[in-house]
Design a protein around this ligand. Structure first.
Ligand SMILES: Cc1ncc(C[n+]2csc(CCOP(=O)(O)OP(=O)(O)O)c2C)c(N)n1
Ligand code: SF4
Ligand SMILES: [Mg+2]
Length: 351
C-alpha cells in the first residue's frame, strides 16, 4: 500500500521557509507502518529538520536498505532523489553516488538489522572512509519487517515478545562509529523530537561521516516488559549528555546569557552547534572521552543520548582522494579523456 500519495493541495496560509517551501513539501507518501512505530516519528523529525534548514528537496539523495526502517524514505522528502538498495548495501551504493556527484546532500536510512548484521562491513567502511553523509539507524533491536527476530543490537538478557531470552552480546553502532573514525556521532530517541531535530540538522550540515543511532521502539514486536528498546525502558533509562541547538549560518549569531554552561561548535559550513551540557564534565569534541563515558553509562544500564562526538573541522572522502570540485558526473569528454599526449606523459612518469 506504499503507493498512497497524500493530497497535493496546500492551504494557502501555510508557513513557508526561506526557499519558499512549506513543511508539506518535505513530506512523502502516507506511511503504511504500524500505528505508533518509532520510525514514523523519525520521518517527522527529518521533515522538520530539512524544512528548517531551508534545503530544497531536489538537493537531497536518500538511500536505504531493506526493512521497515528502510521503507521510510518513501514517507518523507517525496521530491528528493531516492534509491532503495539491497539489504545491508546502502553504504556502498551511497558511496558510489556521492563520488559521482558531490553536490547532493546524502541521507542514509537503515535499520539495526540492515546495518548491524548483513550490512556491518558496509557500515564500517563508510564510516572509516569518511563518506560525507547523514547515516541514520532506526534502532528497535529486532528485525521488524520479518516479524521480530532479535537483531544484533538487542541487549543480552532482553526478552522477545514470545519470551525467548537473548544470550548474545549487543553491537553498539554508535560506539563502533566512534572507534571507526566517524566525525559526528549522536544517539537519539524517536520519542524525543526536541533533541532529535537539532541532532539531525547538525548531521546534515556536517562535513564528513555523520552517524546517529536513533532508538525507535517497534510497537508490534519489541515494546513489552523485558525489552530494552521499548518506550517505557528508554524513558526510564535515558541519560542525556547534552541538549543541543542548531543555528544555521544565515541566522544572526546570538550570545547566551550563561557562557559557562554553553559550548558553541562551529561546523565547516559556518553553522553553529550550541551544546548546553547537562553534565559539566562531558566534552563532545573528545572522541576517547566519549567512548569511555558511553561504556561507563552502559555498565550502569543507562542509555546515553545527545551529541556524543563532533570534529567541527572534519573533511571527507573527496578531500582524501583529491577529486575535482566539479562533480565527476558533470565532467565533459575533454576533461575525462585528456588525449594521447597527456597519457604518454603520464606513462613516462611511471617508467
Ligand atoms: C539478502 C537478504 N537477506 C534477508 C532478507 C530478509 N530481511 C528483510 S528485512 C530484514 C531485517 C530488517 O531489520 P531492520 O534492518 O532492523 O529493520 P526493521 O524492520 O526492524 O526496521 C531481513 C532479515 C532480505 N530481504 N534480503
Ligand atoms: S513491525 Fe515494528 S518496525 Fe515494522 S512497522 Fe510495525 S512497529 Fe514499525
Ligand atoms: Mg530493526
Amino acid at each position: 500500500m506504499t503507493y498512497i500519495a497524500k493530497p497535493r493541495i496546500h492551504h494557502p496560509t501555510l508557513e513557508k521557509n526561506n526557499v519558499g517551501y512549506t513543511r508539506r513539501d518535505y513530506e512523502g507518501k502516507i506511511s503504511t507502518l504500524c500505528a505508533g512505530c518509532g520510525h514514523d516519528s523519525i520521518s517527522a523529525a527529518l521533515v522538520q529538520a530539512f524544512w528548517e534548514l531551508d534545503i530544497q528537496p531536489h538537493r537531497v539523495a536518500k538511500l536505504s536498505g531493506i526493512g521497515c526502517s528502510s521503507k521510510t524514505p518513501d514517507y518523507f522528502l517525496g521530491a528528493s532523489h531516492g534509491f532503495n538498495t539491497v539489504h545491508g548495501r546502502m553504504p556502498s551504493v551511497l558511496t558510489g553516488a556521492n563520488l559521482a556527484n558531490r553536490e547532493l546532500l546524502y541521507l542514509g536510512i537503515s535499520g539495526d538489522g540492515d546495518s548491524a548484521s548483513i550490512g556491518l562491513g558496509q557500515f564500517a567502511h563508510a564510516m572509516r572512509r569518511g563518506v560525507r553523509m547523514a547515516y541514520i539507524v532506526e534502532n528497535n533491536g529486532v528485525y521488524g519487517l520479518t516479524k521480530g527476530q532479535f537483531s544484533a543490537t538487542a541487549d543480552a538478557g532482553s526478552k522477545s515478545k514470545k519470551g525467548a531470552i537473548n544470550s548474545d552480546s549487543p553491537v553498539d553502532l554508535a560506539a563502533m562509529a566512534l572507534q571507526l573514525g566517524a566525525t559526528y556521532v549522536g544517539r537519539g530517541f524517536s520519542g524525543n523530537k526536541a533533541q532529535l531535530v537539532p541532532l539531525i540538522k547538525g548531521a546534515i550540515s556536517h562535513g564528513g561521516a555523520a552517524f546517529i543511532d536513533v532508538i525507535s521502539p517497534c510497537v508490534a514486536f519489541n515494546n513489552h516488559p523485558g525489552s530494552t528498546k521499548s518506550y517505557d525502558y528508554i524513558r526510564e533509562h535515558n541519560e542525556a549528555v547534552s541538549r543541543i541547538d542548531f543555528i544555521s549560518s544565515r541566522e544572526e549569531i546570538t550570545v547566551d546569557a550563561n557562557p559557562g554552561e554553553v559550548v558553541d561548535v562551529r561546523q565547516h559550513d559556518g553553522s553553529l552547534l550550541r551544546l548546553r551540557s547537562l553534565h559539566p564534565d562531558f566534552v563532545a569534541t573528545d572522541r576517547y572521552a566519549a567512548m569511555a563515558y558511553m561504556q561507563e553509562h552502559q555498565q550502569r544500564g543507562e542509555v546515553l543520548t545527545g551529541l556524543l562526538y563532533v570534529d567541527p573541522l572534519a573533511t571527507d572522502l573527496h578531500t582524501a582522494l583529491n577529486t575535482t570540485d566539479k562533480p565527476l558526473n558533470m565532467l565533459g569528454a575533454p576533461e575525462l579523456c585528456p588525449g594521447a599526449a597527456t597519457l604518454e606523459k603520464l606513462n613516462a612518469g611511471l617508467r
